[in-house]
Design a protein around this ligand. Structure first.
Ligand code: GLN
Length: 487
């Protein structure tokens, strides 16, 4: 069959499926197109592996099944890439770390299992910050990822490869993970849509753990409709993860277009938009946008957020504490390469393996985490941070009694230069100020690419709703992407 590459990329999965059903294209065409894109953009370093032959074989098989009359799955022939922290049976997964070099997963994560059950094709895995720790994708043992819009700039992190894979059309949709912004911030820097659902909406089974009480798998795509469809497939109860909610999963994609009679009440935290670290143009775009919303009949409330200066410290205390525990399994015995010659003394042996296997940022966080959990400092840091988290949670409940949707920037700046912030971890951490809140309290949040900076780079608007109200979040985002894109 001739490659109808002029059809690609399709605007949405729905359009692709329509063309499949009318024989204008095939799954094989799709895989050929994306493989050619992957070859073309190899220099971006967005993928760490591509499964060329296997993806082609699967595409051919799906084409045959469709032609033979088998009912297509909801993600029939949809081409995915997945972040290198999500287990895919018999495929390499390394969290972009030397310590897992050569490791192949022996089982599927629940998310991957559900994608495959609906006929998805996984064409490759995405580069990311090592163990998902970072905001620029520079902490990867595979090297930095480049932003397609300006290759001297970072794509954001830690799911930088997943964002660039969507941005550069290396796939239709990608999966990332979001512990403190790792799906939303790269989406913001790359001009794509990135959503982190509520904590407990998607199973973490098979997701390599960073901060287990924060981690969620998220979806990156070119539009909200595709995010909704993928979420409805991968969300929901799972016997392998007891933190997943058993709340029923709505059919997000069909509910997306049902119009709501009442406009949601919107709110924003005064302190977030007035923050001194926020780029002036990002600030003015947000205020202009809020005024536009008011003109269009939305009620927008200004709210107070006195705890703003505590969120980044609380986040870094709690996540490093959890990481220090989660990463203790990588010791060169259960996982990871062993130092040679093998050390006689066990502690020395672990220490040599871990010093060789982990990069600098991961080591820094393990040490920080161990410190805040140590007997003398536990109450001063860990307990205090837990108290902040609880207070935030309680206040968030009150916020969502007043408003339906909370608006916030995603990042204080647009994509920065590769190397610009790498030598100053504190500066890098502080830039997470707008994303960590949703993870601390567990609410769903999305970044939609509405804005364009005069420096030529895109930036997004972040929307949040109360726990498990993904539907309102997706609906409004979808609506606004159509009404307000490029304000
Ligand atoms: N930048 C944050 C961090 O380094 C977020 C990472 C993430 O969400 N995985 O912890």
């Amino acid at each position: 069959m001739k490659l109808h590459s002029y059809l690609y990329p399709f605007a949405t999965i729905r359009d692709y499926h329509e063309s499949l059903l009318t024989n204008k294209t095939s799954c094989k065409d799709a895989v050929d197109y994306y493989l050619s894109q992957i070859r073309l953009h190899q220099g971006l370093n967005a993928l760490v592996h591509s499964f060329d032959d296997e993806a082609k074989q699967r595409a051919i098989q799906l084409d045959e099944q469709r032609k033979a009359g088998k009912a297509p799955g909801k993600l029939h022939g949809v081409v995915f890439t997945t972040k290198d922290v999500i287990a895919y049976k018999q495929h390499p997964v390394s969290a972009a770390s030397k310590i897992l070099k050569g490791f192949h997963s022996i089982y599927n994560s629940t998310a991957v299992e559900r994608l495959l059950a609906e006929d998805a094709i996984i064409i490759g895995t995405n580069n990311c910050d090592e163990f998902a720790m970072g905001s620029s994708n520079e902490n990867s043992s595979y090297g930095a990822v480049k932003n397609l819009i300006d290759q001297d700039r970072v794509p954001g992190g830690s799911s930088g490869g997943s964002a660039v894979a969507v941005q550069a059309n290396l796939c239709m949709v990608s999966l990332g993970s979001d512990t403190g912004g790792s799906v939303r911030q790269p989406a913001d820097f790359c001009g794509v849509v990135g959503m982190k659902p509520s904590y407990g909406r998607i199973s973490r089974h098979g997701l390599i753990a960073y901060g287990s009480s924060f981690d969620q798998i998220g979806v990156l795509a070119n539009n909200v409709e595709d995010v909704a469809l993928v979420l409805s497939v991968i969300a929901g109860a799972d016997d392998f993860d007891s933190t997943v909610s058993s709340l029923p999963v709505p059919d997000y994609s069909s509910a997306l277009h049902r119009t709501q009679s009442a406009k949601p009440v919107l709110g924003y935290f005064k302190q977030t938009l007035e923050h001194e670290g926020l780029d002036e143009e990002i600030r003015s775009s947000h205020f202009r946008f809020i005024n536009q919303l008011k003109k269009d009949g939305y009620e927008v409330k200004e709210l107070n957020f006195e705890l703003i200066d505590y969120i980044v410290p609380a986040y870094y205390i709690l996540t490093t504490a959890e990481a220090s525990s989660n990463l203790s399994r990588f010791d060169g015995v259960r996982y990871g390469p062993q130092s040679t010659p093998v050390k006689e003394e066990l502690t020395e042996f672990y220490s040599a393996n871990r010093s060789n296997g982990f990069g600098k940022e991961v080591q820094r966080r393990i040490m920080l985490g161990t410190f805040v959990l140590s007997a003398g400092y536990y109450d001063a840091y860990y307990t205090k941070a837990q108290q902040v988290r609880r207070k935030l949670y309680d206040e968030t409940k009150l916020v969502f009694n007043e408003v339906d949707v909370l608006l916030m920037p995603v990042s204080p700046s647009t994509a920065f230069k590769i190397g610009e912030k790498n030598s100053n971890p504190i500066e890098m951490y502080l830039a997470d100020i707008y994303t960590v809140y949703a993870n601390l309290v567990g609410i769903p949040a999305i970044s939609i690419p509405l804005f364009q900076h005069s420096n030529g780079l895109p930036f997004g608007l972040q929307l949040m709703t109360k726990h498990f109200d993904e539907l309102s979040l997706l609906r409004l985002s979808n609506d606004w992407m159509k009404t307000y894109k490029a304000v």
